[in-house]
Structures are given as structure tokens and as C-alpha cells.
Design a protein around this ligand. Structure first.
Ligand code: PEP
Ligand code: MN
Length: 337
């Protein structure tokens, strides 16, 4: 349930309702919008009696939220959440551009890529140091050495670092190096990991699982929000379907459908969504047209030698050529880049 307060509600009345709700055993989330203040009631499903709530001073009306997620819902917070990233507020008109290799592989590789994507106009550098691979025999990432190289690349370029954390016990280490903690598709429902990133105040890039619904993605975001971290960017990275010509099927629908339900910004990952570098441009342009707040794109100076995801990685030149095209689409839909 949410409680919509009267336009002229006083601070005392607001404080009273918050205490009253909390005395009943619930948590509250107060959202002060330009028009109205909303008190979200967070807790289990036992309903409060709306008639009783509506008799309290300062309350205009109550609305029952049917969605199983609350804090992630637009009903509880109608204003968009903005996640700070390199001077940008992701979720604003300006579209964020996160780019870099799938994996950090060497000093030369990450520095060359970081410089190139910076030059092309990227907002942040991506690169995995801990890699979730389908095969235990595939390259598993450079680990701590990879984190150190990412920090060096940040030092050299000024680009903040987005990197994946795979396990709850890694969170404190990765958070020392990363500006944004990435929770990968395979870990979207690793609830202990969600709680661990929720306990930090680092921004989180939460990727949709390849076999998860949008509602499940929002429930995973709810875990992080309910631990007190609201700096979440949701990421649509393609879902598994019967199609075989592409690695995944880019669910462009998810962008407007999520935007209709949540205040959290949406990033699109056209690299994993398509799995082929030739299709990345089209999917990236479509994502911007559909209202994405940012993109995360894999870029590698020598994709043919990449230790992971070379087939879907753009060469730096191709990425640089894509940026003005993205900007043109962004401007066509009232955004900037
Ligand atoms: C990645 O970003 O390289 C990655 C492993 O992505 P996902 O979790 O979406 O598969
Ligand atoms: Mn990858």
C-alpha cells in the first residue's frame, strides 16, 4: 500500500504517519515529489485497513500496490532515480555510454581500449576481472591483477570502472576498485550477492538473467533496494529463445515495459544481446530509440585474439563511428549523448 499525503501536509503530520505505520511493524519509504509526498509501506503482505489509514490527519488517500515489488515501483517513487556516473546522472536526458572489453587481459589491452573509448566519448570503462564462464576450462579472468589494471586505466583516462562481482565474499574487494558493481546475468538471482551489493553504497549494474522475466528482474532490484542501496541500473542484455542466428534475443520491449513500472534507469547491452559485432550497431541504435538510459558495449582492439566474447566485440574504430549515429538517434528522441 502507498499513502498519498495531502498537498499541504505538515512535517508533523508526515512524521506522525511514518511513526504510526512503523509502530504496526512495517517499514516506510517517503518520496517527496514536486506535487505530492508519498509514504510507501514496506513489509509482508498483511494489509493495513485503508479506512483506518485514511482517517489520519494529512492523508489524502491510500492505493494498494498489486505488484510484488514495492521500492522498485513507480507507484512508490514516481520520479526517476538518477545514478551518478562520471558527472552524469544516469536516468536524465543524457545517455551513458559504458564501453570496454569483455575481460581485462593485459595492461596494453586495457589501456589501449580505455584510451580509445574515452576518445570516442565513453562515459565509463567496462572490463571483467572475474568472469562467469560456461566452461570451467575457459579463461576465468585475471582476478585481483585485473582489478589493479582497471584502476590504472581509470587513473590514465579518468573513466570510472564498471566490473563484475560474482560472489558475496568478493564484494568488499571489488568495491575498492570498481565505481560500479556489475551483477551478471547468471547471478541475477544470487540473493546473497544481491544483499551484499545492497549493503554497499556503490552503484550497481544489475543484468537481467537470460531466462528471467522482467518481474523477476524487478524483484532482484527490490532485494538491493530493501538493503538500502537505491543506485541501481537495470540492464537488458538479451534473453534465451529458440533463435540460433543470434546469441540471445534482444528484448527491446523490456525497455518501455520496465520504464512503465519502475523509476530505475535502464541500460541496454547490445553486445550480449546479439552476440555478433555486425549486429551491435543496429541493436544499440534501437535501444536508444526505445528509451534506454545508457548502453554497455564490448570493445576490443583485436577481437580475433580476445579471450572472451571476441565475436561480439567492436573494434575501437567501429565504436567511434557508432557514437555520432547514437547521438543522432538520441537527439531524435529528445535525449543527448
Ligand atoms: C559480461 O558483461 O561480460 C557478461 C558476462 O555479461 P552477462 O552477465 O550479461 O552474460
Ligand atoms: Mn562478455
Amino acid at each position: 500500500m502507498i499513502i498519498i499525503m495531502k498537498k499541504n501536509v505538515s512535517p508533523d503530520q508526515l512524521q506522525h504517519i511514518v511513526h504510526w505505520v512503523e509502530d504496526q511493524g512495517y517499514r516506510t519509504h517517503v518520496s517527496k515529489g514536486e506535487e505530492r509526498t508519498i509514504v510507501g509501506i514496506i513489509g509482508d503482505e498483511r494489509p493495513l485497513d485503508p479506512n483506518q489509514v485514511e482517517r489520519i490527519d494529512g492523508v489524502e488517500r491510500t492505493v494498494t500496490i498489486l505488484a510484488p515489488y514495492k521500492l522498485a515501483s513507480l507507484d512508490v517513487q514516481p520520479e526517476p532515480t538518477r545514478v551518478p556516473l562520471n558527472g552524469l546522472q544516469v536516468g536524465n536526458e543524457q545517455i551513458a555510454l559504458i564501453a570496454g572489453p569483455c575481460s581485462v587481459e593485459s595492461r596494453e589491452q586495457i589501456l589501449e581500449t580505455a584510451n580509445a573509448v574515452k576518445e570516442a566519448g565513453a562515459t565509463a570503462l567496462r572490463g571483467g576481472a572475474y568472469k562467469p564462464r560456461t566452461s570451467p576450462y575457459s579463461f576465468q579472468g585475471m582476478g585481483l591483477a585485473g582489478l589493479e589494471l582497471l584502476a590504472e586505466a581509470r587513473e590514465a583516462t579518468g573513466l570510472p570502472v564498471v566490473t563484475e562481482v560474482m560472489a558475496p565474499e568478493q564484494v568488499s574487494l571489488v568495491a575498492q576498485y570498481a565505481n560500479v558493481l556489475q551483477v551478471g546475468a547468471r547471478n541475477m538471482q544470487n540473493y546473497n550477492l544481491l544483499k551484499a551489493v545492497g549493503a554497499t553504497n556503490a552503484p550497481v549494474l544489475l543484468k537481467r538473467g537470460m531466462m528471467n522475466t522482467m518481474e523477476e528482474l524487478l524483484m532482484s532490484a527490490e532485494y538491493i533496494l530493501s538493503c538500502g542501496n537505491n543506485k541501481i541500473m537495470l540492464c537488458e542484455r538479451g534473453i534465451r529463445t529458440f533463435e540460433t542466428y543470434t546469441r540471445n534475443t534482444f528484448d527491446v520491449n523490456a525497455i518501455p515495459a520496465l520504464k512503465a513500472r519502475t523509476h530505475l534507469p535502464i541500460i541496454a547491452d547490445p553486445s550480449h544481446a546479439t552476440g555478433h559485432w555486425e549486429y551491435v550497431d543496429a541493436a544499440a541504435l534501437a535501444a536508444v530509440a526505445a528509451g534506454a538510459d545508457g548502453l554497455i558495449i564490448e570493445v576490443h582492439p583485436h577481437p580475433e585474439e580476445a579471450m572472451s566474447d571476441g565475436l561480439q566485440s567492436l573494434k575501437p574504430d567501429r565504436f567511434a563511428e557508432l557514437v555520432p549515429r547514437l547521438r543522432a538517434v538520441a537527439e531524435a528522441v529528445g535525449r543527448t549523448l
